[in-house]
Ligand binder design. Structure first.
Ligand SMILES: Nc1nc(=O)c2c([nH]1)NC[C@@H]1CN(c3ccc(C(=O)N[C@@H](CCC(=O)O)C(=O)O)cc3)C=[N+]21
Ligand SMILES: [Mg+2]
Length: 296
């Protein structure tokens, strides 16, 4: 069997189209223009690309984009002061502080300083707790929501009873992914670096979400035939000349011989992450303005 390739780029473009339509309506009928502030500390080249893409797509969707680039040696106090300004700015409905942050800054402290109503990353403990409680008002992290939207499409919106294996237990992807799948009535297993016999666990899974950051770790012979594989990994390997090559956490060529469907890297989960960020921003803006959203 050769797997269907899940086209995240196309799904993201379709979602952004819906978002742009909703933004146009909000601007017209409610005089509300959702605004997203992105904060980048330092010069990491990979982060710069994401920040640029986010900024461009925000504007293309008709939203306001504020980008703040801070020096690599920015102090935690300075960053917290900027977050406080953004919390107080009524034109800013969503705040994203790009992670990782330099070592002099305590990430958790910064995340906790963001107004939970503007926390479009869904990383604030209040939003993480709301998600764990099954509260539909939770702002949920963008990467796992993007994965879930792709999965729903594969399963015609019915994931109930599927055995889902989430590989990785980060607060950013693994844990919220597991919460979302549980909400859909999947039977969820979370695996991590200390899990025993991961290949055997994987062979039982109808759905595999790989989010470990280890290039090609999930092998073709770990998969149950027909499984749906979502590859969250974005690993930069040296490619031809000085160009980096992006690879996922799944050994793609092997996996596509066994899986039923699989996301490519690039062009899978990544574009959906950004589209979901825009969506969270629109939802957050509507709540802040006490206006009904057709997206939420
Ligand atoms: N506070 C915070 N929130 C994040 O959501 C966040 C973050 N920090 N730090 C970095 C990671 C990474 N991330 C990506 C988003 C989109 C692509 C994406 O669009 N990737 C394209 C390829 C882009 C390329 O060519 O580099 C793709 O997979 O097709 C990748 C990575 C969001 N992150
Ligand atoms: Mg992990």
């Amino acid at each position: 069997m050769t797997a269907a390739i899940i086209d995240g780029k196309a799904a993201a473009a379709a979602l952004r189209e819906q978002i742009a339509t909703e933004v146009a309506r909000l601007r017209e009928t409610d005089d509300l223009q959702p605004g997203l502030a992105v904060v980048l500390v330092g010069e990491d080249p990979a982060s710069q690309v994401y920040v640029r893409n986010k900024g461009r797509q925000t504007v293309e969707a008709g939203m306001l984009s504020h980008t703040h680039r801070l020096r690599d040696d920015t102090s935690e106090t300075e960053l917290l002061a900027l977050v406080a300004d953004l919390n107080a700015d009524p034109t800013v409905h969503g705040i994203l502080v790009q992670l990782p942050l330099p070592p002099q800054i305590d990430e958790q402290r910064v995340i906790c300083a963001i107004d939970p109503a503007k926390d479009v990353d869904g990383f604030h403990p209040l939003n993480a707790g709301a998600l764990a409680n099954g509260d539909p008002g939770a702002l949920a992290p963008c990467t796992p929501v993007g994965c879930l939207l792709l999965l729903r499409e594969q399963f015609d919106n019915d994931l109930a009873g599927q055995h889902a294996l989430v590989i990785g237990r980060s607060n950013i992807v693994g844990k919220p992914m597991a919460q979302l799948l549980l909400q859909e009535s999947c039977t969820v297993t979370i695996a991590h670096s200390r899990t025993r016999d991961l290949p055997a666990l994987c062979r039982h899974a109808d759905i595999v979400v790989a989010a470990v950051g280890r290039p090609g770790m999930v092998r073709g012979d770990w998969l149950k035939p027909g499984a749906v594989v979502i590859d969250v990994g974005i690993n930069r390997l040296p490619g031809e000349g000085d160009k980096a090559r992006l690879v996922g956490d799944v050994a793609f060529a092997e996996a596509r011989e066994v899986a039923g469907a699989i996301t490519p890297v690039p062009g899978g989960v990544g574009p959906m992450t950004i589209a979901c960020l825009l969506r969270n921003t629109v939802v957050a803006a509507c709540r802040q303005a006490a206006v009904a959203s057709r997206l939420a």
